[in-house]
Design a protein. Sequence first.
Length: 429
Amino acid sequence: MRRGFLLPTLCLMLATAAYAQHWNPVGNADARCTVADPVHARVYFGLTGGIRIYDIPGNSWTNHDDPDLGLYFLDIAWRPDDAQRLLSAQYTAYFDAYIGVSEDLGATWDLRYCASQETILDIEHDPTNLERCFAIVIGWGIVRSLDGGDSWDLIYSPQEWMYSLDIDGVGTVYAGTEIGILRSDDGGDSWSDATGDLPVVEPVGHLATDPSQPGHLYAGLGWSFVDPCSEALGLFESFDGGAHWTKILEGRIDNLDLHPEAPWILVADRCHPEEESSLLLSRDGGATWQDIRGDLPEYASVESLALSAYDDRLYISGYEGTFTMDLTPTQVENEPLARLLGSCPNPFNPKTTIRFALAEAGVVELAVYTLGGRRLATLLEAAPLPAGEHAVTWNGQDDGGRSLASGVYLCRLRTNDASRSSLKVTLLR
């Protein structure tokens, strides 16, 4: 639902600054899908009967929807080199699924593919070859187009149902099924298993790839009909193309998106059996999360969401309409004293330099932990430091001088005013 045809990369401060949690209504779109287009400065909303398009600079809407048509738009794909051409995944009340092509920005549609008694979900352009497109047909498998969406062929038909699809910046295709994850490195000609050690007990309903780092992706387990009580549900992260996975969030994941220009920013709509349904934001790649429902009206549901790189806003849609929240940094009274700025190189071997900034002088602790929370190495302890930027080098060893194995580790910065900041680093031996 999101592609990485990107504008210049955002400032790293976006990953650690505080966000306002104020929501503004922007329309009454009851959307089945919400897709951000940073190139043409738009957000597309798939509805019952057509689409609505929000023009961000003009703060205006274009409506191409007629509920009497009985078509449900479940996904929309845009092209960066053609401001008028769109692809869509649709289905009817009789559960006949279609792929549509529009040459006039959604005003009219030509139906190019039909899957009788099925549902088509994700539809994507390959960012390395815009003529190559993929879509998921839940009960059939994966279909592909080699001519920009004008014709389609079923290229992979597993026995299990399929639910999600994403393509990273080098053209690797990932597909989520009810029993795991599939991967293609050759444009869909062949497929291999990328489930690895992911504990799949429910469908992989959501996938999000990092366009800037091949092999880095997120998988959300669960679907709207799944009981959220299973401990195996959650959001998982892989840095090696699906061979190994780490859980970074508990609960059933109902929606997921990753900021295409600042991939450390994640939004997840999570259902947890011991908590109210929550809309969560991470500014550090899933190391920490905050609830961002803020002043969102209690009646507002989240049926779909999208992070927009054009205006750095989060858009959500539900039965009650569309709301948006600003993601740009804001100065607030409780802005943290300390913030981690990043590490270089990352991944690293054998050492990396970790940079951080202090808004004012303070006493600092910097340590390295496993993702499970076990402390491995103390880099700074009760260190009084002046305001400004600082750097510390870590050699990939624990406090006992033992070299650690390849893996993902968590750097945590704490100060005497209880400010905290976290950062993931990857060690590759």
